[in-house]
Design a binder for this molecule. Structure first.
Ligand SMILES: C[S@@+](CC[C@H](N)C(=O)[O-])C[C@H]1O[C@@H](n2cnc3c(N)ncnc32)[C@H](O)[C@@H]1O
Length: 388
């Protein structure tokens, strides 16, 4: 252990010397890039600095999470080939090696830019001639296989994405769900969603409600109602003799709901969880649930389906507006990144499941579906016309 600590110190000294050599050139020759090239260098350097810091941080956290059998040991004692280490062997060194170049480009100092090229050369040498043979001696065959399947370095952004994703807590628990909105997000839910979607959402949700084809006088249960926006959009279709009963447990959402719907007697709020055993049996023509269902564990989703079935009249419809089933890894980046990093892991779990199969298990049938937003979203409608 003592010799490993000594080696670590020597390695740290090596990096210190590389950094000092690169940065000290600044004081030797103060020629700077000017005009357009100077600005270009500044911008490229900024991006590179961000990249190298993110890369180093991801690599460091991956080692911290996966490389230690004994939690309080600094030196890794376990071979790590997952997360960011699954797509490159030396992310930490790439990050550390690019740092002087990024600072040099930001400063625009020509001597430093040229010297940082040597710094990168020193990084490659150090990794391939010193570090790697040492790791090879330590992990033998495992490392040979790893070496054959994994490049030493890559600039792939997908690699960065996968590295970051591995660090996320991806456990499929209800505690890890984001479906119960609170605080700022809940207080400004409608405005946030309209802004983030650049004004697309209001027209979209109007269209979805229109597509429900609600008839005058029908009774609708709105599961996880939010601010009341959906209930208000239903009113022109169900008219005064129809009714919306909204189930919502979030305090901030309830406050907005009551304020928004105060003028309409036929929109009512029930402060009840859709996971509870709900009591209005055989009462509703439609149960609507919008962007709520994916946020539950599979066990809880099944409770919600059973509740919907119980509350619906025979031949009533269960309408679920949510993500469609698709291959997340093959989806466009503007869908993949929010799903992986902003949504809870339950959303990915839901996207990978067969919804029709899930619902037919509880006697729903006649699956009609309409897709939206390049097939990434859908609103299937299922009738309960009844296989008993
Ligand atoms: C993402 S928001 C969607 C709101 C609304 N359906 C919409 O489309 O605008 C999810 C809502 O479900 C509510 N919710 C979460 N868990 C619930 C539960 N167990 N019972 C009832 N409502 C719930 C949250 O408080 C939140 O208002």
């Amino acid at each position: 252990m003592k010799s490993e600590t000594k080696t670590m110190k020597l390695k740290a000294l090596f990096w210190l010397i590389v950094y000092v050599c690169v940065f000290s050139t600044y004081f030797i020759w103060d020629k700077k890039l000017s005009g357009g090239i100077g600005y270009f260098s500044f911008i490229v350097g900024g991006f590179l600095l961000f990249y190298s810091l993110v890369l180093t941080a991801i690599a460091g956290r991956t080692l911290k999470r996966f490389a230690h059998d004994k939690k309080d040991e600094f030196i890794p004692d376990r071979f790590v080939d997952n997360g960011i280490y699954n797509c490159m062997r030396h992310p930490m060194h790439l990050g550390i090696g690019l740092l002087p170049l990024s600072v040099a480009l930001i400063s625009g100092n020509l001597a430093m830019i040229l010297a940082s090229g040597w710094g990168i050369g020193a990084t490659f040498w150090f990794v391939l001639a010193i570090e790697e043979p040492e790791t090879l001696r330590k992990y033998k065959d495992d490392y040979i296989k790893y070496l054959q399947r994994t490049p030493a370095f890559t600039f792939s952004l997908k690699c960065l994405e996968n590295g970051l994703y591995t660090l996320k807590d991806n456990s499929l628990t209800q505690q890890n769900s984001k479906v119960e909105l609170k605080g700022f997000e809940a207080k400004h839910y409608d405005k946030l969603i309209d802004t983030v979607t650049l004004g697309w959402y209001p027209k979209f949700i109007e269209q979805v409600i229109k597509d429900l084809d609600l008839k005058e006088g029908v009774k609708v249960a709105d599961f996880g109602a939010g601010t009341g926006r959906n209930a208000l959009l239903m009113l022109p279709y169900i008219k005064d003799n129809g009714e919306v009963i909204s189930y919502e447990i979030g305090q901030e959402m309830q406050n907005q709901f009551l304020q928004n719907t105060k003028d309409f007697q036929n929109i009512k709020l029930e402060n009840k969880s859709i996971l509870e055993d709900l009591d209005k049996e055989n009462y509703f023509d439609v149960v609507f649930i919008s962007f709520v269902f994916h946020g539950f564990t599979q066990g809880n989703r099944e409770k919600i389906i059973q509740n919907a079935y119980k509350l619906l009249k025979p031949e009533g419809v269960f309408a679920i507006l949510d993500f469609n089933e698709f291959d997340i890894e093959k989806s466009s980046f503007y869908v993949r990144l929010p799903v992986k990093f902003l949504e809870c892991p339950l959303a990915s779990d839901f996207i990978n499941r067969d919804l029709e199969k899930m619902l037919s298990k509880y006697n729903f049938q006649d699956f009609k579906t309409k897709t939206y937003f390049k097939n990434y979203l859908r609103s299937p409608i299922l009738t309960t016309s009844a296989i008993f």
